[in-house]
Design a binder for this molecule. Structure first.
Ligand code: ADP
Ligand code: MG
Length: 603
């Protein structure tokens, strides 16, 4: 057996395996370098999804010829001046990107510092470093990467279709752009401009809002709640979408830690927890959250791609996020997203498009489950008179005297009830439009909120187990549970230690009914171990409230009189979160007169 040191270019290729997975990861590394170099504009050009060419041009501080030569060496970086991994202020710090990219593709770097009278160029191909030569460039750095992975054919085979790679590149740039509204970005794919974002001046929050609108779409910004919270030296800002604006996956959830886009399980879990009351499990809100934290309390050196982080106090971070989101959602009260109305209008107007494509190559987020498929077909039925009546689409009853609203009722946000149709929907008139309420969804929400506040006010009722259940766990899991017994008791769960490796459960929340006690305890223990805090129990209790509310509320199909309808509307206005039911579907839709006029071609 012979142990030997691997040659530099092999070492670099091994590193490249982790850092450079596809064109988008090369673009991410290169644009990060531009941002670290103080660029105010970054222009990216790709061909064939970035496989044959990727170029990144910036107006940053540039490099001298000596720096250029060092930059392509392994572990050479200008970003850890004090060798201090605990206070990382830059996006890069590992000194791996350029040598890795240069070992798997053909890389050419041209750069010029402000006080130099010419630019210099250095090429590196499959790990072979060339000679420095003068080159034209007025300012900053231009990097060209050709034939990515030509030196590692195995990796080349795993690349996807050009279109897929290209949209990954756009995604990477968009994430970087969201954190830096003060920088202009463009992405040109072949001849097509896919991203064009101008630097936004002024106050950070305004600038950010404009940037988010450019990246996530105007619709998001119009239906998002501002988030601002601070706790123990942590600061959270950003925007969270209304629950009624949701999608089937979490791709539109952007989380930044000190302006670095991260994909973190803890953060996603916190978002799920905060929206659990408002969304079905398989629906996801849209949001962009920015966490500022002392770099000493977060470790970004978890993975070479730097997309994951570890927090020193994960429980505090989760608490801050959940708290801030819940607070914002509570303040939002009965607001439902405007997309609900536009989705409805879109469905009635046959053939209308859902809007321009977003830079991600995605379309605008659509609201879930609404409108139900077939709405436009049914709307078509209106075109032949008689059909509508035959299908029972006419109002069930003409408005009666008691339904004539007092004029002032129209000033309420949800207006004055005018009619009930199909024993399911309440039609109300507001001062500038009409509101249609789904009576079951609305009532379900009211009942749910009432049950929850009763839970908070009166505590949780407990129910003794006939035979106390012993649950065996590891010792430290037991310790963690025991430390929280008082808190659990408040939520209706009474347990004690039972020797070194077990707890005994004596009472459970009666709301939970027949519950798998051991499963619940293990979930709690896991959560405590992972997050330093526990949410499962509270979330489960709220889940049960949701189910009970659904069964306890007025069903569709019940006839309501005017008074009952108006009472429901007034209660909705007074109840937090009444804009959506427990599954994230809207409880009401508002159509402005202007929209209705447009429908009839009056405008
Ligand atoms: P890291 O970013 O972790 O330091 P890289 O391999 O990405 O490692 O880059 C190595 C060094 O090259 C950087 O530390 C920086 O000094 C220099 N550099 C890279 N790209 C640029 C650029 N666009 N403008 C100026 N300097 C750059
Ligand atoms: Mg770098």
């Amino acid at each position: 057996m012979t142990i030997r040191r691997l040659p530099e270019h092999v070492v670099n290729r091994i590193a490249a395996g982790e850092v450079i997975e596809r064109p988008a990861s090369a673009v991410k590394e290169l644009v990060e370098n531009s941002l670290d170099a103080g660029a105010t504009r970054v222009d990216v050009h790709i061909r064939d999804g970035g496989k044959s060419l990727t170029s990144v041009v910036d107006d940053g501080i540039g490099m001298t010829p000596d720096e250029l030569r060092l930059a392509v060496e392994r572990h050479a970086t200008s970003k850890l001046p004090q060798d201090d991994l605990d206070h990382i202020q830059t996006l890069g710090f590992r000194g791996e990107a350029l040598p890795s990219i240069g070992s798997v593709g053909r890389l050419s770097i041209t750069s010029r510092t402000a006080d130099s009278d010419s630019a210099w160029r250095l090429d590196i191909e499959g790990g072979d470093i060339g000679e420095l030569s003068p080159a034209p460039l007025s300012k900053g750095t231009r990097i060209e990467l050709r034939d990515l992975f030509y030196a590692t054919p195995a990796r080349l085979k795993f690349l996807r279709a050009d279109r897929t790679e290209s949209s990954q590149v756009a995604d990477a740039i968009s994430r970087l752009a969201m954190a830096r509204p003060d920088v202009s970005f463009t992405l040109i794919d072949g001849e097509r401009t896919k991203i064009k974002l101008e630097a936004a001046q002024g106050d950070l929050l305004d600038a950010r809002l404009r940037r988010l609108s450019g990246v996530m779409g105007k619709e998001f910004v119009e239906n998002a709640l501002p988030i601002e919270a601070e706790r123990e030296g942590l600061r959270l800002t950003g925007y969270a979408g209304l629950p009624t604006l949701n999608r089937g996956n979490a791709q539109m959830q952007f989380l930044f830690v000190n302006d670095r886009s991260v994909k973190d399980r803890l953060l996603f879990g916190a978002v799920r927890g905060a929206y659990a009351d408002f969304l079905a499990r398989d629906r996801h809100p849209l949001l962009a959250l920015f966490l500022e934290i002392d770099p000493a309390y977060v470790d970004v050196n978890v993975h070479p791609a730097k997309a994951e982080v570890r927090f020193r106090e994960a429980g505090v971070v989760r608490g801050l996020i959940v708290g801030a989101l819940r607070h914002a959602l509570a303040e939002a009260g009965h607001r439902a997203s405007t997309t609900v109305a536009s989705a409805a209008l879109g469905a009635i107007r046959p053939g209308e498009n859902s809007g321009p494509a977003l830079p991600f190559g995605r379309t605008y987020p659509q609201t879930a489950n609404y409108p139900s498929p077939g709405v436009s077909e049914r709307a078509m039925a209106f075109q032949s008179p008689g059909v509508a009546a035959a299908q029972g689409l006419a109002p069930t009853a003409p408005p009666t005297a008691e339904m004539q609203p007092a004029a002032e009722a129209e000033n309420f946000p949800l207006g004055a009830a005018r009619a009930q149709v199909h024993e399911t929907y309440i039609v109300a008139q507001t001062d500038d439009g009409i509101v249609i309420v789904d009576q079951h969804a609305a009532h379900e929400r009211l009942v749910y909120e009432k049950m929850k506040s009763a839970l908070d006010a009166e505590g949780v009722r407990r129910q003794g187990l006939l035979i106390p259940e012993v649950v065996e766990l590891e010792e430290d899991a037991v310790d963690r549970l025991i430390a929280r017994t008082a808190e659990f008791a408040e939520l209706g769960l009474v347990l004690e230690g039972f020797g070194p490796g077990a707890v005994i459960v004596r009472e459970v929340p009666s709301l939970l009914g027949q519950v798998d006690v051991a499963g619940l305890i293990r979930d709690l223990a896991d959560e405590l171990a992972e997050l330093g805090d526990s949410f499962v129990l509270k979330e489960r209790l709220e889940d049960v409230c949701g189910t009970m509310a659904c069964h306890g509320s007025v069903r569709s199909g019940r006839r309501l009189n005017g008074e009952e309808m108006n009472a429901l509307l007034r209660q909705m206005e007074a109840t937090p979160h009444s804009g959506q039911c427990n599954h994230g579907r809207p409880t009401y839709v508002e159509l402005k007169l202007a929209d209705i006029e447009r429908l009839f071609g009056r405008r």
